[in-house]
Design a protein around this ligand. Structure first.
Ligand code: HEM
Length: 196
């Protein structure tokens, strides 16, 4: 993209909008995923929202995010991974970014700054849902090889992988997404598994 974050600009000025923007105080209200999904620009009366790393920005009014426009793919969801990867693929518009390399993580943080300087923060993705951490808990010992395509797979203190299903409540979404070696992002596999 023409205005993609780049490290060559002076730090203080980076991502500052050309036309000054007055932002409202950020809100910390939990926003449930089903509500967020309605806020994709297609529902009259609902704002158009984009979440990055669990923080929800209101992009209502920017034509780039309108239905049928390129960046509408990011709307109504946490699209962190796609922003980190500079991808417009719908399958990349998922929250999990923890397994990405440092360059992608930096790109994502730059997008966060870009959005922070332009759009009001209207809440955060509700706890226990995408983009949020959950408390760790005890898990049983693994009894056999773990299928990381369908199972939690988070590394346990005993060196084995958590044998719970992908919906395991003992490990955070972040930890599950960070498991290396899956054939596709955790959220994609989870969705496929649930559709089976
Ligand atoms: C041929 C490729 C692309 C072109 C020509 C392009 C062009 C542009 C332009 C002209 C803008 C407006 C800049 C401004 O407001 O100052 C923009 C913004 C943006 N682009 Fe791209 N882009 C491309 C690819 C991508 C890709 C692959 C992504 C995926 C992350 C992306 C994400 C965005 C986002 C999030 C914005 C910010 C929109 C806003 O909130 O104002 N672009 N792009």
């Amino acid at each position: 993209m023409a205005d993609q974050p780049s490290s060559s600009e002076p730090k203080k000025e980076r991502f500052t909008p050309k036309t000054p923007v007055t932002l409202a105080p950020p809100k910390d209200d939990p926003i449930e995923l089903d509500h967020l999904a309605k806020c994709d620009g297609t529902n009259e009366g609902f704002p158009t929202l984009v979440a990055i790393k669990g923080t929800v920005f209101d992009v209502t009014g920017n034509a780039s995010y309108a239905p049928g426009k390129n960046y509408n793919v990011f709307c109504g969801k946490d699209a962190s991974r796609a922003l980190a990867l500079s991808s417009l693929k719908p399958e990349d518009c998922v929250p999990n970014w923890e397994d990405l390399d440092d360059t992608a993580k930096k790109t994502l943080d730059d997008w966060f700054t870009f959005f922070s300087k332009r759009y009001n923060v209207v809440g955060r993705v509700a706890a226990g849902k995408e983009g949020q951490e959950e408390p760790e808990a005890e898990v049983p010992e693994s009894k056999g090889p773990v299928d990381i395509e369908k199972q939690c797979g988070v590394l346990l203190t005993n060196g084995s992988q958590c044998p719970h299903s992908s919906t395991c409540k003992s490990h955070s979404w972040g930890a599950k997404r960070a498991v290396q070696g899956r054939s596709a992002p955790f959220d994609v596999l989870l969705q496929q598994h649930q559709e089976e």
